[in-house]
Write a protein that binds this ligand. Structure first.
Ligand SMILES: C[S@@+](CC[C@H](N)C(=O)[O-])C[C@H]1O[C@@H](n2cnc3c(N)ncnc32)[C@H](O)[C@@H]1O
Length: 288
């Protein structure tokens, strides 16, 4: 199926408006390659027809499918390793101190004391990695009185398809082997048929929600930690700035933001500064 320059422009514009993802003209082959199966499945005769169909407000499933086809969902457990070392060895001890302080300040306050947001979580390996680290840390430091219930992990993505798998915590043999050692696998996952499923102990620590980073962050509350890795890189500069400003609004004054190794929050130089935690550069708000 041929993709004309005009059709490419229309589809790229749709994808940009819907997700913030910027697709350059030299990637038109990618649009053609990834959307041809959608065209076939929908029995459409041209990319113009696909664009027309996407304009219909009730076409949520098709919009999701197109965006799903045009975005990468690449992820793995403990991806890149060092941010998770920094989390467990440097950030977690600090967060546990916060738990203790907040409990002491308002002893009657129920519910989580520390809030973590994993934005653009794909199929869930990233938030479950954080949940496993918290669980192990709390187990090792049981005498401090800090419990896993003191942490809330909110994990979001704009693709319903990836969220369905994330909520189930279901991984095939290839996915489960990527980044996860046997000890963690056997402790936190159980095999049923061809798949491994996250155990209740870590599933109950994570709440999944659909959220488009391009939209205003409404009713999310404040966060001590934000993990937003390997997604900003796909956004155009304006969308990046918008997202980063919103992170700044909802991160607590002494909060931490962790982004991917090829990303940073310095597009708006004055609002975040960088701090090194072991091998990881962590962004902290400049709230002065
Ligand atoms: C490459 S994955 C990164 C997953 C994980 N953070 C990691 O680093 O392993 C990028 C994810 O961003 C999601 N995404 C892309 N654009 C988004 C948007 N505008 N809002 C929310 N999620 C988005 C995609 O659905 C995909 O699951």
């Amino acid at each position: 199926m041929n993709l004309t320059a005009e059709e490419f422009q229309l589809l790229a514009q749709f994808i940009h408006q819907a997700s913030g993802i910027f697709i350059n003209e030299d990637k038109s082959y990618l649009v053609k390659q990834r959307l041809t199966p959608v065209l076939k499945a929908e029995k459409l005769g041209s990319f113009s027809e696909l664009y027309q169909k996407l304009q219909r407000r009730d076409n949520f499933a098709l919009r999701d499918r197109v965006l799903m086809s045009m975005t990468t969902h690449e992820t793995s457990f403990f991806r890149d390793k060092h941010p998770f070392d920094a989390f467990s060895q440097s950030l977690l001890p600090n967060l546990c101190q916060r738990v203790k302080k907040r409990k002491a300040a308002i002893p009657a306050r129920r519910g989580p004391k520390v809030d973590i947001w994993c934005a653009a979580c794909s199929t869930g390996q990233e938030p479950y990695s954080l949940a496993m680290l918290i669980s192990e840390y709390v187990e090792r430091n049981w005498f401090t009185g800090v419990a896993v219930e003191d942490f809330r992990i909110l994990a979001t993505d704009f693709s319903t398809q990836v969220l369905v798998q994330a909520v189930e915590g279901r991984y095939n043999t290839v996915e489960i082997a990527r980044g996860l050692g046997d000890r963690y696998r056997d402790k936190f996952f159980s095999k049923e048929g061809d798949y491994w499923y996250a155990n209740e102990s870590i599933r109950k620590m994570v709440t999944f929600q659909r959220l488009n980073l391009k939209d205003p962050f409404l009713n999310l509350g404040g966060f001590d930690v934000i993990f937003c890795r390997n997604v900003l890189i796909y956004f155009d500069e304006e969308t990046q700035k918008k997202v980063i400003r919103q992170f700044h609004e909802i991160i607590v004054d002494d909060g931490f933001v962790v982004v991917g190794s090829s990303e940073n929050l310095l597009v708006d130089k004055q609002i975040f500064k960088q701090e090194r935690h072991l091998e990881t550069v962590v962004h902290v708000p400049n709230k002065a």
